[in-house]
Design a binder for this molecule. Structure first.
Ligand code: LMG
Ligand code: NDP
Ligand code: PMR
Length: 392
């Protein structure tokens, strides 16, 4: 098993493609070609670009507004205002901490459990003046709308939105549901965030911040062009008949593809929806608004609360497995720094990108699987989702 995980010895073809080429293969979320290209000299840059996955720093195109901000100097930039969903633990909390520590950001922690969030912020040592906690339960569309109202009443600008919260229910035998009756994983991770980001796009638009961003956290496990994405059950949205039927488990399946309920698959499907939503936002709104839309795989943060529903043996073995065998492990601190880069780094302003990091923690534009980059599926997820959340 360990030998099979050696990057150079392993590659997985993109679905539907008969032959394997280096540029199509990723392992641990890192493009194989990226590994190889790291050895090339910079004079080979043009040649590298043709391969697609190139280190972010070398190709990131900045919007004119962002360029202006960079050249005018940081001193004149006001404090940024960023909303992070699910900032009460794991990646969200680590990102809030990393941003608050720079002194350049005020973090609005959008959380379902106020007390937990307050305790988390305190024990992470986030200074009082750098954060505000606001209630948001993504498993209720009423709560999402209420959050948007409350946020607007607070009078704060919205410069960056980070859709980070998620639930993962790998051991559930039967589906559970959101307030509106959507299967809980897709309902929370995708539909709650879909409504939130659609509503808050207007607020991002109003902001005068030079580099406005909307970030949706994706994952390697939703990408079947990787080894991790091939561990069963695999993500697959099928023809989306279950989603179109409302995922209610009554007159429609609780699964997007219409199949039998599987909590691990529902989570991976929800991540595919997250990554497709980011691309559809980019297609529809980037030019018009200048907002940068991005997704990312922050690395395997094997110690977070995401695995709270998994069996104890899994929780015990998963971190050492990721640390020593796959080497895909990252600490919560490191993952927070990565997401904080996507929020505020001047070199990560490109829109429509799925960011990943290589083993030296350098960011690069990664390739999504065929399904997670399918423009027709992106449009379809968007159109069905806007009906489900009452926007169309
Ligand atoms: C499901 O199980 C769970 O049922 C579900 O609840 C949910 O958690 C879901 O994806 C999440 O997973 C998947 C399960 C079975 O995987 C396991 O957990 C089995 C663990 C077996 C341990 C293997 C030993 C590893 C070394 C041990 C070190 C100790 C630490 C162990 C900690 C384990 C924690 C993960 O999955 C399977 O069916 C097993 C098959 C695994 C397949 C890997 C995917 C390969 C895909 C390759 C594509 C084909 C290309 C082939 C080309 C080859 C060229 C060389
Ligand atoms: P955690 O469980 O630590 O964090 C998830 C957060 O989401 C928690 O703050 C949780 O709140 C919140 N949340 C869950 N349900 C709701 C809801 N209904 N309304 C509002 N907030 C909610 O997991 P991670 O930090 O690992 O996950 C963060 C993101 O990273 C997710 O999008 C996940 O898919 C992604 N990711 C994680 C990876 C990993 O290896 N851990 C790898 C790739 C991606 P509460 O504290 O109240 O439970
Ligand atoms: Mg995976 C080869 C590298 C690799 C990476 C980077 C991950 C990330 N995983 C890898 C490999 C494997 N995993 C292999 C070979 C196996 C079979 C032994 C394996 C198993 C496994 C399980 C059972 N892995 C898992 C689970 C989970 O329950 C996690 C999951 O799928 O959550 C949806 C998970 C994960 N592996 C990852 C990452 C990042 C996760 C979890 C979180 C996520 O994608 O958001």
């Amino acid at each position: 098993m360990a030998a099979a995980l050696v990057p150079a010895a392993f590659s997985i073809p993109k679905e539907g493609k008969p032959s394997v080429s280096l540029k199509d293969s990723t392992l641990f979320g890192v493009s194989l070609s990226d590994h190889l290209k790291a050895d090339f000299s910079s004079s080979a840059l043009r040649c590298k670009r043709e391969f697609g996955a190139v280190k972010a720093q070398t190709v990131a195109t900045t919007t004119p507004a962002a360029n202006r901000a960079a050249s005018e100097g940081k001193k004149t930039l006001r404090k940024g205002s960023v909303v992070i969903t699910g900032a009460s633990s794991g990646l969200g909390l680590a990102t809030a901490k990393a941003l608050a520590e720079t002194g350049k950001w005020h973090v609005i922690m959008a959380c379902r459990d106020f007390l937990k969030a307050e305790r988390a912020a305190k024990s992470a040592g986030i200074a009082k003046e750098n954060y505000t906690i606001m209630h948001l339960d993504l498993a209720s569309l009423d709560s999402v709308r209420q959050f948007v109202d409350n946020f607007r009443r607070s009078g704060r600008p919205l410069d960056v939105l980070v859709c980070n919260a998620a639930v993962y229910l790998p051991t559930a035998k039967e589906p559970t549901f959101t307030a509106e009756g959507f299967e809980l994983s897709v309902g929370t991770n995708h539909l709650g965030h879909f409504l939130l980001s659609r509503l808050l796009l207007e607020d991002l638009n109003k902001s005068d911040y030079p580099s406005k961003r909307l970030i949706i956290v994706g994952s390697i496990t939703g990408n079947t062009n990787t080894l991790a994405g091939n561990v069963p059950p695999k993500a697959n949205l099928g023809d989306m008949r279950g989603l179109a039927g409302g995922l209610n488990g009554l007159n429609s399946s609780a699964m997007i593809d219409g199949g039998d309920f599987d909590g691990a698959k529902a989570y991976k499907d929800s991540k595919v929806c997250n990554m497709l939503t980011m691309q559809e936002f980019h297609r529809r709104y980037h030019e018009e608004t200048g907002v940068a839309f991005a997704s990312l795989y922050p690395g395997c943060i094997a110690t977070t609360g995401l695995f709270r529903e998994h069996i104890p043996l899994f929780r015990l073995l998963f971190p050492p497995f990721q640390k020593y065998i796959t080497k895909g492990f990252v600490s919560e601190d490191e993952s927070g720094k990565r997401l904080a880069q996507v929020v505020s780094d001047p070199s990560l302003t490109k829109s429509g990108v799925y960011w990943s990091w290589n083993k030296d923690s350098a960011s690069f534009e990664n390739q999504l699987s065929q399904e997670a980059s399918n423009a027709d599926k992106a449009r379809k997820v968007w159109e069905i989702s806007e009906k489900l959340v009452g926007l169309a």
